[in-house]
Design a protein around this ligand. Structure first.
Ligand code: GDP
Ligand code: IMO
Ligand code: MG
Length: 434
């Protein structure tokens, strides 16, 4: 019963969407387990580009069971638009299922996200302003609206009223805002209920049944390990748990359902928004990575901060997620940069050295990557489909990563396209044996 969790091993945007799309072909179901439309997962299919914010990255295979799990927070306006957009492009959505227990991002969550960031001013987190934090806060406060609530207008109205009550003070400046009109909101969300009813389901049994039959189930993570609310660079994190353990909670399966945990990492590092980033490059090389890697956010269009690969952070991701393998994406972006550098340690304030990811915020904020040099390569690698055909320096780079992390690299991205990937035997075996 192969349950495979796909998680971001860095700060998000590692290329999870592309990898999930590739693995989905052999899977019975793909299940998103956390986050919301702060995520932006890109899949390039020939001339066509698809950007998913909520719908799992398996939907391009007709009829594939694609589940938005209970751990996801759903903005029904965004979901509705995403459904319409895919329908217009002729995508079959018959396999889409949305957990009735998923919490909804409501219009007031967007206002609260905006207001929260404005209040922080210079110290802002740089959120995507999609209402993620306020929605998860309401979930924890037991004031959340769940998808099942939109199926009953009376219950919905009661729950919105209860949710708005404690926010009166914070939302005072918006009291006349039509977005907060109770009747309008109830009407709009009840209409969503009617529209989405065919997709609403009790979703954990989908995973249980597929796993019972020994079929592959892919649990799709969003964001990345260093954005995890417990294990990331708090408070510069998202408000959910992107780490592998959350797949169980966010999809409704037990830990024994997970057989493999693959971390997705770029061949270098990026981060969007504020917060510590020890291997960040502030010079022309950072700019070069941004241009070569097209490092602009899928969701907000913001320029991503770029830096060297950081094995301190990756070693931490291996432990926190229990990674069994690694997928390295965007190796092609490093072509022509010679020499390359990789952060293997951090130097903290007062010159202290760290080989483990520091837990303390003050250390993390001032830590700088201690890098070593590795040889680069000049050859175009986008057409390479076997590890053995990579230039020697590129193979050396991958060997170095494996050696530092103690886990195998099972797939390597050499371009954005679906076919621009190197499958190793281990990756092929996993998908073939299911
Ligand atoms: P996700 O959020 O982890 O799914 O990643 P995003 O889709 O936000 O960002 C990854 C970007 O890199 C997308 O534009 C992908 O099309 C692109 N991409 C993925 N893998 C590769 C690769 O191996 N090489 C190159 N050049 N681009 C890639
Ligand atoms: P995918 O799934 C990169 C970042 C935001 C911000 C912080 C908190 O595409 O990898 P939030 O809106 O979640 O409260 O913002 O988290 N962030 C992401 N960065 N990729 C993502 O998703 C992200 N989702 C959130 O930029 O720094
Ligand atoms: Mg993304």
């Amino acid at each position: 019963m192969p349950g495979l969790v796909i998680v971001g091993a860095q700060w998000g945007d590692e290329g999870k969407g592309k990898v999930v799309d590739l693995l989905a072909e052999q899977a019975d179901a793909v299940i998103r387990f956390q986050g919301g439309n702060n995520a932006g997962h890109t899949i390039v299919l020939g001339e066509k580009t698809y950007k998913f914010h909520l719908i799992p990255s398996g939907i391009l295979y007709p009829g594939k069971l694609c589940v938005i799990g209970n751990g996801v927070v759903v903005d029904l306006r965004v979901l509705s638009e995403e459904i319409d957009g895919l329908r217009r492009r002729g995508i079959d959505l018959s396999g889409l299922r949305i957990s009735a227990n998923a919490h909804l991002i409501m219009p007031y969550h967007l206002l609260l996200d905006e207001a929260g960031e404005a209040k922080l001013g210079r110290r802002e987190i740089g959120t995507t302003k999609r209402g993620i934090g306020p929605c998860y806060a309401d979930k924890a406060a037991r004031l959340g609206i769940r998808l099942q609530d939109v199926l009953d207008e009376k219950i919905l109205k009661q729950k919105i009223t209860a949710a708005l009550e404690p926010k009166r003070q914070t939302l005072r400046e918006f009291t006349k805002d039509p977005r907060l009109d109770l009747h309008q909101m109830t009407e709009e969300y009840t209409a969503f209920g009617h529209r989405l009813e065919p997709y609403i389901a009790d979703t954990p049994p989908i995973a249980w049944n597929a796993l019972d039959q020994g079929r592959l189930v892919v649990f799709e993570g969003a964001q990345g390990t260093l954005l995890d609310i417990d294990h990331g660079t708090y408070p510069f994190v998202t408000s959910s748990n992107p780490v592998a353990g959350a797949a169980c909670v966010g999809a409704g399966v037990g830990p024994k359902a997970i057989d493999h945990v693959w971390g997705i990492a770029k061949a270098y590092s990026t981060r969007v928004g504020a917060g510590p980033f020890p291997s960040e490059l502030h010079d022309g090389l950072g700019e070069r990575l941004r241009t070569a890697g097209a490092e602009f956010g899928t969701t907000t269009g913001r320029a991503r901060r770029c830096g060297w690969l950081d094995v301190v952070a990756l070693r931490y991701a291996v432990r926190v997620n229990g990674l069994t393998a690694l997928v390295i994406t965007k190796l092609d972006v490093l072509t022509g940069i010679d020499p390359l550098r990789v952060a293997v340690g951090y130097v903290g304030p007062e010159g202290a050295s760290f080989t483990d990811f520091p837990y303390h915020q003050s250390v993390l904020h001032t830590a700088r990557g201690e890098t070593i040099e590795l040889p680069g390569w000049q050859e175009d690698i986008s057409g390479v489909r076997e590890i053995a055909d990579l230039p020697e320096a590129a193979r050396g780079y991958l060997d170095f990563i494996e050696e530092q992390l103690g886990i195998p690299v099972v797939m390597v991205g050499v371009g954005p396209g679906r076919d621009e990937i190197i499958w190793t035997e281990a990756a092929q075996q996993l998908t073939v044996t299911c």
